[in-house]
Design a protein around this ligand. Structure first.
Ligand SMILES: Cc1cc2nc3c(=O)[nH]c(=O)nc-3n(C[C@H](O)[C@H](O)[C@H](O)COP(=O)(O)OP(=O)(O)OC[C@H]3O[C@@H](n4cnc5c(N)ncnc54)[C@H](O)[C@@H]3O)c2cc1C
Ligand code: SF4
Length: 316
């Protein structure tokens, strides 16, 4: 039995969440969470649909600061001239998510909070039961490592990769008030508790003002559409020469490497990335190949970001 709620304000949504304690799920575009419901990975009785709430689906730009309402769809963001002209990295990243049809429903907030994935977990209940389940579900070991403590499910948000490289901030609203937090701090390096959000918190806006002088973006996946990432890399260089390289899809949370261009080398970049990525064999692509591709992507990225002067970008 399930109950479907359609609040028309943040306050109403928060009070419904408060009333049903841990037994509810926020629903934005639903493109991720509906599959969790179908696969019996989300069993909460109350669905709180955020789509009728006003003022959290707009895209605006004021004094160089871009504001994205959490309920703006990936397609609306991609087609926005403001974004294509001023933040092409965001346009690239949202356009690399899923498929054109899904992007018309999928929201930026839902993308930032998309659940971590693992080939042994994102399966039907029958499939999971047949292998004895795992730590993140009702089992007692990790099917990938055989361990009993840690889950290595991967964070797969493509938009997070770009927004962290752009040093974006998130606005979070709960009954305790409004909090501004860096997007990079929304994540925890854990496959089970992957987001650093208290229950009863709604992501309402994303703000950013950094317009980089150089950027780079690329996503590794089996097919050029539909598939989740096996590795996404986004990089920016700002006008003071600070490099921000973010890798996602390779570990439990996005990995940010931030350094002055004067001090950074390709070797250092690869060393830092390999050190922080806790990649295990839980993706459709083999682990060895995914690890090699970290070097390949960073080598290609470095060619762009280490160039002097010109405004450049690259992506696939
Ligand atoms: C075939 C397929 C391919 C896909 N490919 C990709 C891909 O390539 N890259 C990728 O990143 N994703 C992919 N996805 C996952 C998903 O479509 C996207 O991540 C999408 O952007 C999720 O947005 P949504 O609005 O549909 O989120 P929902 O499914 O509604 O929600 C996702 C999660 O975020 C929470 N949530 C949503 N909004 C808020 C909010 N404002 N405040 C608090 N919590 C919130 C929900 O409770 C839920 O846990 C794919 C999905 C499918 C079905
Ligand atoms: S990494 Fe291990 S514990 Fe985590 S979802 Fe996969 S199999 Fe389960």
């Amino acid at each position: 039995m399930g109950y479907y709620h359609t609040p028309s304000s943040i306050e109403d949504a928060l009070s419904i969440a408060d009333k049903y304690n841990d037994n509810y799920t926020f629903f934005a575009g639903g493109t991720d969470i509906q599959i969790y419901r179908k696969q019996k990975l989300d069993l909460n009785e109350h669905i709180i649909d955020l789509s009728l709430i006003n003022n959290i689906n707009t895209i605006s730009m004021k004094n160089g600061t871009l504001s994205l309402g959490a309920m703006a769809t990936l397609d609306e963001i991609f087609v926005s001239k403001k974004i294509q002209n001023n933040f092409p990295l965001i346009a690239k990243s949202v356009n690399s998510v899923a498929t054109p049809v899904l992007r018309k429903t999928a929201t930026i907030g839902g993308n930032l909070l998309v659940k971590n994935r693992c080939t042994f977990y994102n399966q039907s209940k029958g499939w999971r039961d047949s292998i004895g389940s795992c730590l993140r579900d009702v089992g007692d070991i990790c099917q990938v490592t055989g361990g009993k403590d840690d889950c290595y499910a991967r964070n797969v948000s493509d938009a997070a990769t770009a927004l962290i490289a752009l040093n974006a901030k998130a606005v979070l609203t709960s009954l305790n008030g409004v909090e501004h937090r860096l997007v990079k701090d929304l994540y925890l390096p854990c496959g089970i508790k992957s987001h650093n959000l208290s229950k009863g918190t709604i992501l309402t806006q994303i703000h950013l003002s950094l317009s980089p002088v150089k950027w780079w973006y690329k996503k590794l996946r089996l097919r050029k559409t539909l598939d989740f990432t096996s590795l996404t890399v986004a990089a920016t260089v700002n006008k003071t020469g600070i490099v921000r390289v973010c890798l996602n899809g390779a570990s439990m949370s996005p990995i940010l490497i931030k350094e002055s261009l004067d001090l950074l080398t390709l070797e250092l970049l690869i060393k830092q990335a390999r050190k922080h990525c806790k990649a295990v064999d839980n993706d459709l692509m083999p682990l060895k190949y995914r690890k090699q591709m970290i070097n390949v992507f960073l080598e290609e990225c470095w060619e762009t970001i280490s160039q002097k002067d010109t405004r450049t970008q690259s992506s696939k």
